[in-house]
Design a protein around this ligand. Structure first.
Ligand code: SF4
Length: 303
């Protein structure tokens, strides 16, 4: 291993990590969202990562980003203040800050007469209420929220991503927590979510030498939580899977041969107009590599 960092705090997907200067060109890395894209459809990966075709965020995605931001802020308050009213009072300032920092997120409402911003903020408040039915944040002291992790595993594969929350028990046990706010059907989202959680489990295991005791998914739309306990053998196998995905990405990157793979998830794809599986034509392949390859966005982290 030649690289290992983890650092908490609100940082953009393109922000340099601890000790990195802003001028450093970052190495290509694999993130859980982009690895999931490639597994789902290599052409989708190409459109997002190599061509960087624009995508229109939906109100549901932006709401997810907002709710993640509010939960992160909630845990920066003294424990006694982490109550539903205080959390919901964070919605408007958090939204104003997000909209100022990322104007493309705010633009989502201009053409959406059916979901005015006030109703949308109320729906975000309902997700916060649901959160409080599942956990009492006054009883928790996370080690970090929005924890940036970066580690090199075998064959030079660099993993990079953000963990929503990391809890560390007095005996050193790690719990990785991820909040899900998206609208994708549960059965489709669950496999992707588990893939993401195993990705973080591998990264934290390699960074800290401890297999996380629990991976916890909190579904704020359904009011349900799923917990999963990985074991070391499983993480070893999953590491091999990540290495294989990265090799496949590099092979496709050399040749530009990223094939479409049709599935139900095409319903959520913004790029059908460019997709041969739907009668479209991809733009000319722009080449490889890209220094920011595989970077996640705030929207990825809030699905
Ligand atoms: S429409 Fe479907 S097959 Fe085409 S790029 Fe998107 S996900 Fe892939």
């Amino acid at each position: 291993m030649i690289t290992a960092t983890d650092s908490a705090g609100p940082s953009g997907a393109g922000a340099p990590g601890a000790g990195e200067a802003s001028t450093v060109v970052r190495r290509p890395a694999l993130s859980p969202s982009r690895a999931g894209d490639f597994k789902q459809c290599p052409l989708l990966y190409r459109f997002r990562v190599v061509d960087k075709l624009p995508e229109q965020p939906t109100p549901v995605q932006v709401r997810g980003t907002l709710v993640h931001s509010v939960l992160e802020r909630l845990y920066s308050l003294p424990a006694a203040e982490r109550v539903p009213e205080r959390a919901k009072a964070l919605l408007v300032p958090a939204w104003e800050e997000l909209a100022a920092e990322q104007p493309d997120l705010a633009r989502v409402f201009r053409e959406d007469e059916l979901k005015p911003e006030t109703a949308w903020l109320e729906s975000a408040g309902k997700l916060i209420d649901t959160y409080f039915k599942l956990e009492d944040p006054r009883r928790l002291e996370p080690e970090a929220c929005e924890l940036r992790v970066e580690v090199e595993i075998g064959n030079g594969v660099l993993l990079r991503g953000f963990v929503d929350r990391l809890d560390v028990a007095p005996n050193g046990d790690l719990r990785v927590v991820d909040y899900k706010t998206g609208a994708a059907p549960r059965q489709i989202g669950e496999m992707r979510a588990l893939f993401q959680m195993k990705f973080y489990a591998v990264a934290l295991w390699r960074l800290r030498g401890v297999v996380p005791r629990q991976l916890k998914l909190i579904y704020l739309r359904d009011g349900e939580a799923l917990a999963y306990a990985p074991d070391e053998g499983e993480l070893v196998r999953f590491e091999r899977t990540l290495e294989a995905i990265w090799r496949a990405i590099l092979r496709a990157g050399e040749t530009g041969d990223f094939r479409p793979s049709k599935s139900k998830l095409c319903d959520w794809c913004d790029h059908k107009a460019h997709c041969p599986a739907f009668g479209g034509s991809p733009p000319e392949y722009p080449g490889w590599p890209d220094p920011d390859l595989g970077a996640e966005t705030a929207l990825d982290r809030a699905d």
